[in-house]
Design a protein around this ligand. Sequence first.
Ligand code: ADP
Ligand code: 5GP
Length: 209
Amino acid sequence: MERGILVVISGFSGAGKGTIMKELIRRYDYFLSVSATTRRPRTGEEDGKDYYFHTREEFQQMIDNGELIEWAEYVGNYYGTPKKYVEEQLANGRDVLLEIEMQGGMLVKEQFPDALLIFISPPSAKALKERLTGRGTESPEEIEKRLLRAVEEVKYMKEYDYIIVNDVLEDAIDKVNDLIRYDHYKACNSARMIEKMEREIGGFSKSEE
Ligand code: ADP
Ligand code: 5GP
């Protein structure tokens, strides 16, 4: 069995990442990493399901203990990826999805050069603003902060392997799924198969001796 693929999914707040992720894990056998955060839960969000909600002190402790693969500050709160489950799932051959912002994405890229980096973009800035406002989970001030953050984040788009435009939701879900499926055929994700063929093909020269 090959190791699973580590997939980083990023995009401006309101681009539709969460919506796409929910559908991917509902339909397929992906493991969605649950992040730790210091932000307050939104209505309906559950501890351990949407995020692990922590105080700043607890979060700092996780950093100090080396429990996070990466972490970043986003609009006044900390967000980070717990190491334990990600490593376990990858070793078990399961593809792991990290829905994280771009600074964290860049840190993962450094540590895991074979990770697949996908950027989810809205079709336009207007659509982004409409979606973020339409979601109705943030105050107008918070929305403004998130849009200003997007101004800084746009420079990271070109660092990603693929840009998927989330215009028609169903198409975007299929495209992200296809990218992960095809990534399995890369030589760097076929180490076991390569070893097996090296061993078996190597056997030809021995039988001729
Ligand atoms: P993110 O996780 O990137 O911040 P969400 O998944 O919460 O974004 O999506 C933001 C809003 O946009 C939600 O209300 C969601 O229902 C809506 N949305 C997501 N994808 C689309 C799409 N393709 N077309 C129209 N609205 C969408
Ligand atoms: P939200 O508050 O909307 O749930 O998330 C805000 C931003 O934090 C989003 O861009 C989201 O992808 C990002 N985020 C969520 N979890 C993590 C994480 O573990 N690490 C990093 N770096 N960003 C994260």
